[in-house]
Write a protein that binds this ligand. Structure first.
Ligand SMILES: [Zn+2]
Length: 323
């Protein structure tokens, strides 16, 4: 790694210029940013570098407004974060009138709650913690139901789905069971379903169709090809594009983007992961959804203002919010 890129990775990227109209980040984990920055700062300390800012939730929300990212869907998908979600939404509400929450047991968490932690295809060994041992899949799903019942700010069931990369095959049946339970919950509570699909396109599409999908479906951080993009948008399912769409070597997703009906296109960061160009590798936050909007509007040769308005109205539609 060159000195220049090393320097870049340990700092926040610049705040993007203000978009001509507002957009919403449809998938963020802003409660994970602090730990992410702590890790960077521990490394900075070891190397005698200055620490970088570790902003409070309210500051993260305020910063997003600077680039006209007017809101974000805050996603809690493990038990500790689910237990904290209402507090996190309270903090967001100090800055943004209509905080938007999402809740689910992440597919990789589902496998752990069901007792599976074999080394995964990505080469890592999943860490089974006490909370996984003391809460089986059923009781962790009960925590999702409890949130859906008690916090009306939660409008999305997600992220749920299948992850055949970070979980070994022994844990896939638990993921499938959990995914099906979440499909039912989205239908029963009339929420949008937000899908995490990692190396499991075929299985996700099969289950969704076999179980009759909820009315509103989002493929978060969409990673399928053009054929899948066409298939999904013809079904009326929404595809949400994140930072990797901006990477110059991501031809597959860029082709898929060209096949995506604009009526079903959404934008997201999946922060603190997946920072878009030009800040690849730095910590991510909702404000950088603006970089993705700039990239896609230019890539598809669209009027930026109209593109932002379109993705905003798509977001309200998928959340069933009338404006
Ligand atoms: Zn996520």
């Amino acid at each position: 790694m060159s000195k220049k890129s090393d320097k870049k990775r340990r700092n926040w990227g610049e705040i993007p210029s203000k978009l001509p109209s507002g957009i919403i980040d449809t998938h963020a984990h802003i409660d994970m940013i602090s730990d992410w920055v702590d890790d960077i700062n521990q490394n900075n300390l070891k190397k005698n570098r200055q620490p970088i800012d570790n902003p409070a939730i309210q500051t993260i929300a305020r910063n997003s407004l600077k680039s006209n990212v007017i809101n974000f869907i805050q996603c809690a998908c493990d038990l500790p974060k689910i237990n904290q979600l209402s507090n996190t939404l309270d903090s967001i509400e100090e800055v943004i009138n209509l905080p938007l929450g999402a809740v689910a047991i992440h597919p990789n968490e589902a496998a752990l709650h069901d007792g599976w932690s074999n080394p995964s295809p990505d080469g890592l060994i999943p860490v089974m913690e006490e909370i996984h041992k003391t809460n089986n899949l059923e009781s962790s799903l009960a925590a999702v139901v409890e949130k859906l019942e008690n916090d009306k700010r939660i409008r999305v069931v997600g992220e749920t789905g299948l992850d055949f990369y970070r979980t070994a095959a022994s844990g896939w049946p638990a993921q499938i069971k959990s995914f099906r339970e979440h499909i039912s919950l989205a239908k029963n509570y009339n929420k949008a379903l937000q899908i995490h699909d990692r190396l499991a396109h075929r299985e996700i599409l099969e289950i969704l169709q076999a179980d009759i999908p909820p009315e509103r479906v989002i493929f978060h951080s969409f990673s399928g090809d053009s054929a899948m993009a066409e298939f999904c948008t013809k079904k009326g399912w929404f595809l949400s594009y994140s930072g990797p769409i901006t990477f110059s070597n991501n031809e597959k997703s860029q082709k898929a983007l060209k096949s995506t009906d604009l009526n079903y296109l959404l934008l997201e960061t999946d922060c603190p992961f997946l920072a878009p160009a030009p800040n690849r590798g730095t910590p991510n936050a909702p404000v950088y959804t603006a970089n993705i909007a700039y990239f896609i509007a230019e890539f598809l040769d669209l009027n930026l203002d109209q593109f932002c308005q379109k993705t905003l109205s798509n977001t309200f539609k998928v959340l069933d919010i009338s404006i």
